[in-house]
Design a protein. Structure first.
Length: 421
């Protein structure tokens, strides 16, 4: 079946679904195959549950006129999304970076939604499956779209860009993450820089932090100009236990956010710059940022019965760990860091964990995972094999009256300690 013919079926459907557990009536089911699952085995079940058609690999033996057999279902999903994108005559903002992608995306969504009908990546559906699904959710009434794209290997962005086909783009920053997959920091720069390459080749518009020397160098190397944002004429006000959130003083306005950490200032400025570029009224954009409340374990502040908890437990890498600890250092009173291993750092892992241990420098901290346990050997720091073990320890030895930072890579599940705080 040609993509244009499959697209006709898509237009008649209630959207695409790749999970038989959540199939709704008249959806188009696409059977994907991974290391631990094979959606092809559930295609008939999807049809019985109400799917109008099921796209399956051509090796499937079952016969049903509603089975659309193709050589590769993932490639077909991506091709369908790319075809859909080509039918849309709207700005699409492509977003990538080492840290802050999802927070920045949500801030941009909030600002642009003050004026436009906006579609944006849900959660962190930013990989080779999530990006096409996000693009396919862009409806005919959408006026703008924001597509987040993640990468953990050098060429990961290339197929995602071919699907999203952004007209505008933003790299939040470039730092040390997924070094096991990228090979080096230069590998990270190459991978993220594919967005700049796309914009250069397709006459797109780049937005970039003018205070970020790495991003500015990457732009200069490509001969790509940008619409810059930065800290000129903006002051980040000091935080305190009474005023824990990021506050930014503009010449004409005080912006009080619900985000924790001065490192979020660049994310806020990015959202405001895009909003003003797309003619969102200045005050409406500021109000949208002020109203945004994170709820995804990213820069989230929680008040428990005993402590103030900074929850930044969705992920961690050397650069995000550094800024989180810098922010904690600015807090007055007793402060405690609960840190989990930073994963996927390859040969640099031991050195980077040792740097974090050295940065703690007398700060009260509890560490989780094999890497931190090795790095903290010979110090007075308490270490635990798992976040469950740390949670048990904190139940027996409760913290009280503290500002507590909770941070670690996804695999360490550091959010498990929160009920003990």
């Amino acid at each position: 079946m040609e993509i244009k013919d499959l697209y006709a079926l898509f237009l008649q459907s209630a959207g695409v679904n790749t999970d038989t557990r959540t199939i709704r009536e008249n959806q188009l089911f696409v059977a994907l195959k991974g290391e631990n699952f094979d959606g092809n085995a559930f295609a008939l079940q999807a049809l019985e549950a109400g799917a109008c058609y099921a796209v399956v690999n051509d090796t499937v033996q079952a016969e049903d006129p509603r089975l659309v057999k193709v050589p590769d279902t993932l490639q077909t999903l991506q091709a369908l999304a790319a075809y859909h994108r080509q039918q849309l005559d709207i700005p699409v903002i492509g977003l990538t970076g080492t840290n802050g992608k999802t927070t920045t995306k949500e801030l941009i969504r909030s600002v642009l939604a003050a004026k436009y009908k906006v579609t944006a990546t849900e959660g962190n559906l930013n990989n080779d499956i999530g990006v096409p699904l996000s693009v396919l959710k862009i409806g005919a009434d959408a006026q703008l779209a924001i597509i987040e794209m993640g990468a953990s290997h050098p060429e990961d962005l290339r197929p995602l860009l071919a699907v999203a086909q952004p007209t505008h783009g933003l790299i939040t920053n470039v730092g040390k993450a997924h070094l096991e997959g990228f090979g080096s920091f230069e590998g990270v720069k190459h991978a993220k820089g594919l967005l700049y390459d796309w914009l250069k080749e397709h006459d797109g518009i780049a937005f970039a932090n003018g205070d970020d020397a790495v991003l500015q160098e990457m732009l200069w190397e490509r001969g790509l100009s940008c619409i810059a944002y930065g800290m000129q004429d903006v002051q980040v006000l000091p935080s305190s236990p009474e005023e824990p959130f990021l506050r930014m003083q503009f010449p004409d306005a005080l912006l009080e956010t619900h985000l924790v950490g001065a490192y979020n200032a660049a994310n806020v400025l990015a959202a405001l710059k895009l909003g003003w570029f797309f003619n969102v009224p200045r005050q409406d954009a500021l109000d949208a940022v002020a109203a945004y409340v994170p709820s995804n374990n990213r820069s989230q502040l929680m008040k428990t019965a005993r402590n103030t908890v900074i929850v930044d437990a969705y992920n961690a890498n050397p650069s995000s760990m550094a800024v989180a600890l810098d922010n904690l250092a600015l807090v007055e009173g007793r402060k405690v860091a609960l840190l989990g291993d930073m994963r996927e750092l390859g040969a640099d892992s031991a050195a980077e964990h040792s740097k974090v241990v050295a940065r703690l420098n007398g700060l009260e901290a509890f560490l989780v995972g094999e890497e931190f346990t090795r790095a903290a050997a010979g110090t007075a720091l308490k270490t635990f094999a798992t976040s469950d073990e740390l949670a048990d320890y904190l139940q027996a030895n409760p913290l009280e009256g503290c500002t507590v930072l909770v941070k670690g890579s996804r695999g360490t599940r550091m959010e498990k300690v929160i009920p003990a705080l």
